[in-house]
Design a binder for this molecule. Structure first.
Ligand code: SF4
Length: 332
């Protein structure tokens, strides 16, 4: 197996025009994604975390070739990303991604035809795919409106893997589902990842799911990656104040979890307008630790721990780390 990354994003940026008035003239731009660098290794589950509007879904659409970047490059297996069978996406709302007038068998057959599977072989292959996503074979005869949300998401996963992809981009794949169904879909994805040798990009605002599922995580704020690390490092010792605020907002169900929760003052103020970004560190208007350089100097990525880097002036030079500033006695 090659050690080179399966996916590489190098200084990827995307902005959208804001139009207004009767003529629809351009009034400005929203910087949806800015200078994003990341690599995803073969077989890895890479999580992209952030609130809505952080740029997660725009990055997802660029990775699957649905949107071109305005700047930078995306490479898959060493080549520029184009729409291809090798990269598939599973969307948040499985109902909207299935054609209501096609039976499940017909939908899967269309995907198999696109993958070059001969008509005579498709019926067997459809039964195999339904088996892989743990649905009964007679699901092929049913229509989307006859299925539950979880069953529809299983079909959407079956359709994505029908074309033998290498990378699956999972865009909030369980957020439209009940909690009990979410866990089963995640278990299924883990199993498929192992058995089919898939690489995943897992996009979610749900950090509890991210912690259980991802190997490494990138945290996005206003279109910029502010921290990347192994799941263990990032959740155990978050280096960026924004990551700490995200982790501090995860609901906890036990005293043990409460002890792991970072101690950080709640952030105040609204997320700034992406059409009018703050100078310096984009998080500075809301950061409880902002200090002199933060208002006008954009922080570079600095190593926090092995395999963990963050964009924060606190990590550079002699500045006290965010951990030093927030250490406290934890309740027993
Ligand atoms: Fe806060 Fe400054 Fe770090 Fe930005 S660079 S996260 S404002 S301490």
């Amino acid at each position: 197996m090659s050690d080179s990354p399966l996916l590489e994003l190098d200084a990827v940026s995307k902005r959208f025009a804001i139009r207004g008035g009767i003529a629809g003239s351009v009034r400005g731009h929203v910087n949806a994604v800015r200078q994003v660098n990341l690599t995803v290794q073969r077989g890895e589950v890479f999580g992209l975390a952030g609130e809505s509007g952080s740029g997660k879904s725009t990055i997802a659409r660029m990775i699957v070739g649905l949107l071109p970047p305005d700047g930078g490059t995306l490479r898959f297996a060493g080549r520029p990303v184009v729409q291809s069978r090798a990269i598939q996406m599973v969307f948040q709302n499985p109902g909207a991604s299935l054609n209501p007038r096609r039976s499940i068998g017909q939908s899967l057959s269309v995907a198999l035809a696109a993958a070059g599977v001969a008509r005579a072989a498709r019926r067997h292959r459809i039964a195999d795919l339904l088996g892989l996503v743990q649905l009964p074979a007679d699901t092929a005869l049913r229509y989307p409106h006859e299925l539950s949300g979880g069953q529809k998401q299983r079909v959407a996963i079956a359709r994505a893997i029908a074309v033998a992809p290498r990378l699956l981009v999972l865009d909030e794949p369980t957020s439209a589902l009940d909690v009990s169904v979410q866990a089963k879909i995640m278990e299924l994805l883990v199993e498929l990842g192992r058995s089919l040798g898939l690489t995943y990009i897992f996009i979610s605002h749900d950090l509890s799911l991210m912690r259980n599922f991802a190997d490494r995580v990138g945290v996005l704020y206003l279109g910029e990656v502010v921290e990347i690390g192994t799941t263990e490092a990032l959740f155990g010792r978050p280096a960026h104040p924004y990551t700490r605020t995200l982790l501090a907002s995860i609901p906890v169900v036990s005293a043990a979890e409460a002890r792991l929760r970072p101690d950080i003052p709640l952030i105040e103020g609204e997320v700034p307008n992406a059409a009018d970004l703050p100078s310096g560190c984009v998080f500075h208007p809301r950061c409880p630790y902002a200090f002199a350089p933060c208002t006008d100097q954009h922080p570079a990525f600095t190593r926090a721990e092995a395999g963990q880097t963050a964009r924060c002036h606190l990590l550079a030079g002699d500045a006290a780390s965010v951990h030093d500033m927030t250490t406290r006695e934890q309740p027993a």
